[in-house]
Design a protein. Sequence first.
Length: 438
Amino acid sequence: MQTRIKQSKMFRKPETKPYFSKNRKNATKSNFGKGTIASAADSRNSNKIPKPFFGNKKGRFVAKKSNKFSGSRIDVSRFIQKCSIEDDKEEPYVPSNRFVDFDVDQRLKDNIVKKGYINPTPIQDKAIPAVLQGKDVVGIANTGTGKTAAFLIPGINDILLNKRNKTIIIVPTRELAEQIQKEFRDFAYGLKLFSVLCIGGTSVRNQFFELKRGYDFIIGTPGRIKDMVQRKAINMSEFRTVVLDEADRMLDMGFIDDIKFLVSQMPENKKALCFSATFPLEIESLVKKFLKDPEKISVKKSDSLKNVDQDVVRVSDKNKKLDMLCDLLKGKQFNKVIIFGKTKHGVEKLSIALNQKGFKSESIHGDKSQVKRQRALKFFKEDKVNILVATDVAARGIDIDDISHVINYDIPATYEDYIHRIGRTGRANKKGNAITFI
């Protein structure tokens, strides 16, 4: 009989208090659609953690980032941008290497070829040679640019050269950990290498059993890995490489102390790789403390996604917000939609309401067991439901083809969260659509 434990408090985001601007008279104005939209001046009290504020009937809007490490506000005009994929004249990237050129085990090359990989992405092209040379690396790149292969390929090659070169990969969400696990199995097929997935919402007993059987890689979230370390099921001194993926997201989720605890228990001669979409001061401090003379590789592009048509929907009466959403979803073009909400309760309530109104939806949030989250994703991928209602746990680490629309039913806390949300659509150079309710 499997046992389950409740999610630790360390997974919960701290509650935020409403932000009310004291200087709304000086707000700048811009016209869009029928209403007037304004962004207020910066808060005078920098110790307060702000969150979106909805103003008077004129449609005033203020939304500041809740991330205390990045203090700029969200200007609603940044939610509006027409798709310009056809006008994008950016020169295609010409890699310096091909995957067959990398100095890795031939069996690993064969698996890479089986996956259809020929030319590396910019982060792969620059990071893989550096990691193979034994360097610590800081990689700054947008989500969805192939960072997983950038650390898995050299990591697998290291373990093929020496079975003592174990690797631990720490990520912010369960879904991202599962996606990396799947990629690992593809790259390591037939190589007799083993990984253990250590994430919350799943059986502790099963993970104990798998850890005792032996492993080459551990892939997991900070809270569960720390729990296993404290239970003496994982010995951090065994690992020669640590990978921090989506480091900025782990910072936002409050995992920084857990990461410091885990990395501090590793050998001094470890290899450390840190991948992030942004580089806030807390991550810079972490890098200085735990990485030795790292090679910094930045291939980050503009935050605005040129192949995503972005627009807003003004809500003058919050009691009609659900009806406005349903009217949108009835459109024929809304064939595969992710709807983002800010709270677990709100997401579950919205999913139930949509099902009651005749739509087919599933929900993903932190209060759901991992089995139910996996089932929801499976139904969405297989088109058994065409609507997925989710908190920001689905904003990263979910790679699903042909998502037609992302709808921000609730305004994201930060602009970075907005970018990651809408990055679920418009993938593989296809046109996508993003709509934000304000």
